[in-house]
Design a protein around this ligand. Structure first.
Ligand SMILES: C[S@@+](CC[C@H](N)C(=O)[O-])C[C@H]1O[C@@H](n2cnc3c(N)ncnc32)[C@H](O)[C@@H]1O
Length: 327
């Protein structure tokens, strides 16, 4: 199987060409069957037809994943409930990650406010999984910690807490003419987080619905190999163009991290001992309440990392709601 390429074709046919247990991580962000306007795909199959089709590519994703590997499925909760019932038969549930991002109303009950990312491992034991940390949440105006830790502030980690299964710190890309001409491009730092959590440098990351290449770009930035499958040749061309401008430099010193604008957004817990020397750490430790750990030299942030975000409009969550579902 050719690595580091966006392969144009139907994912079911292309997945069949990938050997058993050969990829370290598989991520899918399929069409959500919501009548999205893709250029070569009609996103509106009948209910059962859609689910049967999903079961075919999900089985293939599990087949090609190594025993140490992980499988991630991104969708709206409605479809994920069916995916989970199916996956529970031959893979191992780890988490339902709730990605807090505004979505379209689905009737007159609750306002949907998250996308789900199902996190399964191929084997019951022995999966490669790293704990992650992200910066403490702070009040926008005052900069103080958003949560009241009472007398326990001295014990807080200087960078930030371990990442939980609810992600509120990654915003959707605003739909405007600065983004790629694709209806549902994901933010790169969302993929960075999944890739840092479950793979190492040189590992292979697969995305059967590559779109404009978010997973491949994240994998390349983080020194991983990728296989992207995409039906639409135009999206593949856009992806390859962006990949040419991407290098494997999303690093702080020798360690891969995920950047968002001028900040480090996600690190692995095991790397902190090395990474801490790159930060001013507030002292005494309880002053973390008011001051965050900041990079000593922000010029160290790779420029290619910054370029990636030029295309992404990073306005606040409130501005992001445009009434459309991703997928
Ligand atoms: C939700 S989008 C993925 C967006 C992607 N995560 C990104 O950030 O750019 C789904 C993609 O799957 C592609 N697609 C639909 N059916 C496909 C198939 N059978 N095989 C491969 N790709 C397909 C669509 O063209 C679309 O680009």
């Amino acid at each position: 199987m050719e690595l580091n390429k966006i392969i144009v074709g139907d994912c079911l046919a292309e997945l069949k060409r990938i050997p058993d247990e050969s990829v370290d991580m598989a991520f899918a962000d399929p069409p959500f069957n919501l009548k999205k306007n893709y250029s070569s795909y009609h996103d509106s199959l009948e209910f059962q037809e859609y689910l049967q089709w999903c079961e075919l590519w999900i089985s293939e994703m599990v087949r090609v994943t190594k025993p140490t590997g992980s499988i991630f499925l991104h969708n709206i909760p409605k479809w994920l409930t069916y995916y989970a019932t199916f996956l529970n038969k031959f893979a191992y549930f780890k988490h339902w990650i709730a990605w807090d991002a505004p979505t379209s109303p689905m009737g007159n009950s609750l306002q949907p406010a998250h996308y789900g990312i199902l996190f399964y491992t191929k084997a019951a034991k022995g999966a490669k999984i790293y704990e992650l940390r992200s910066p403490h949440k702070r009040e926008r105006k005052t900069g103080y910690l958003a949560k009241d830790y009472g007398g326990k502030k001295d014990m807080l980690h200087p960078f930030g807490p371990l990442v939980s299964d609810v992600w509120t710190d990654i915003h959707r890309i605003k739909h405007n003419n600065k983004r790629d001409p694709h209806p549902c491009q994901l933010p790169i730092h969302l993929l960075d987080r999944l890739i840092l959590m479950t793979t190492d440098e040189g590992d292979i990351v697969l995305d059967p619905f590559s779109g404009t290449g978010t997973t491949a770009i994240s994998a390349k930035r983080l020194g991983r190999n990728y296989i992207g499958l995409e039906l639409d040749p135009n999206y593949a061309i856009i992806s390859e163009d962006k990949l040419k401008m991407t290098s494997n430099d999303s690093k702080l010193g020798d360690i891969y991290v995920s950047y968002y604008l001028k900040d480090v957004l996600t690190i692995r817990d095991i790397d902190w001992n090395y990474l801490k020397d790159f930060f001013y750490i507030p002292t005494p430790s309880r002053s973390i309440d008011q001051y965050k750990a900041t990079l000593i030299n922000s010029n160290i942030i790779p420029t290619s990392s910054f370029n990636v975000f030029k295309k992404e409009n990073t306005d606040s969550m409130l501005n992001l709601f445009d009434g459309t579902y991703s997928g």
